[in-house]
Design a protein around this ligand. Structure first.
Ligand SMILES: Nc1ncnc2c1ncn2[C@@H]1O[C@H](COP(=O)(O)OP(=O)(O)O)[C@@H](O)[C@H]1O
Ligand SMILES: [Mg+2]
Length: 276
């Protein structure tokens, strides 16, 4: 048994959906955004959901996060049906699962300084009453993890930061919250290629250091392949193919996957498959 097979066995499933559907609107305008989606993500696994714009990726992510209600189907966390009834249950769930979204500007309250944004993470973890010196040290550590200087930033407002700094601040927050699952919905689409690879490396480092499970959402198959153990290909709300990332790239079965693979120039040659 290889390492990957051992790690990603049935008894290691962390998050699962069963026949999840989502409809928006009604009558002729009804959109079937998510269709009978069954998927599983294991502890410490990195998966990517890949599909073009409008294929239902963000809708599925919001259902997983409990920000949108599915029209039908179940979400299981840690082997049990997820309950979001009552604020206590929701808070507990959101300690386990956190997200970073495409648009970093929408993530932060624009009227809070960086210090408060980070400090709120400590409050959420029940660390609101530890000594101020310890708090600063935790905030400094988190900034250091993403190569930001706390001393330079703590007094600033989000709009005073660059896009790249804001992306890093989002990851610093994740570093502090230490959720079991991180959903990253196109987190690098707003930034240049250089900071993009830094962000990806930080996410991979988070998994390595915190054993975090990461669900990555992207329309970029090359990127998904680079970061993921497992790929899920989504088209028109449906998961049309899934499996080991390398196997899918080398041997795509579904028409849509074949098209995606052929759209990425020289994907097979550019990446040294054996080295990954
Ligand atoms: N709040 C909403 N109201 C109505 N339609 C929506 C809403 N959110 C998403 N949709 C529709 O659902 C489909 C899937 O959207 P989305 O999940 O955002 O796709 P993706 O993230 O893959 O680009 C699209 O047709 C989109 O227009
Ligand atoms: Mg989206």
């Amino acid at each position: 048994m290889t390492m990957a097979q051992k790690l990603f066995s049935e008894d290691n499933i962390l998050l699962e959906t069963r026949k999840v559907n989502k409809f928006f609107g009604s009558g002729k305008k009804r959109v079937h955004a998510v269709r009978d989606v069954d998927f599983k993500i294991h502890r410490a696994e990195i998966i990517s959901i890949v599909g073009e714009s409008g294929s239902g990726k963000t809708t599925l992510a919001k259902i997983l996060l409990g920000l949108l209600k599915a029209s039908s189907g179940d979400v299981l966390y840690n082997g049990a049906l997820r309950s979001l009834k009552g604020q206590k249950a929701r808070r507990a769930y959101w300690q386990n699962i956190q997200a970073i979204f495409q648009d970093p500007f929408s993530t932060f309250n624009q009227f809070f300084r960086v210090e408060k944004i980070l400090n709120d993470c400590l409050d959420l973890q029940g660390l609101g009453r530890i000594p101020i010196g310890d708090k600063r040290e935790k905030m400094r550590d988190a900034c250091q993890f993403v190569n930001l200087k706390y001393e330079e930033l703590y007094n600033k407002y989000p709009f005073e930061l660059s896009g790249g700094q804001m992306q890093r601040l989002m990851i610093a927050r994740i570093f502090m919250m230490q959720p079991n699952v991180l959903i990253a919905d196109e987190p690098t689409s707003m930034i240049d290629a250089c900071s993009r690879s830094t962000i990806l490396d930080m996410l991979l480092k988070l998994r390595a250091e915190k054993d975090m499970t990461i669900l990555f959402i992207t329309h970029d198959l090359g990127l998904a392949y680079y970061v993921s153990d497992t790929l899920f290909i989504m088209e028109n709300g449906e998961m049309v193919e899934s499996g080991n990332a390398t196997e899918i790239i080398l041997n795509p079965n579904h028409r849509y996957t074949k098209q995606l693979v052929s759209d990425v120039p020289k994907l097979n040659e550019e990446w040294d498959v054996d080295a990954i």
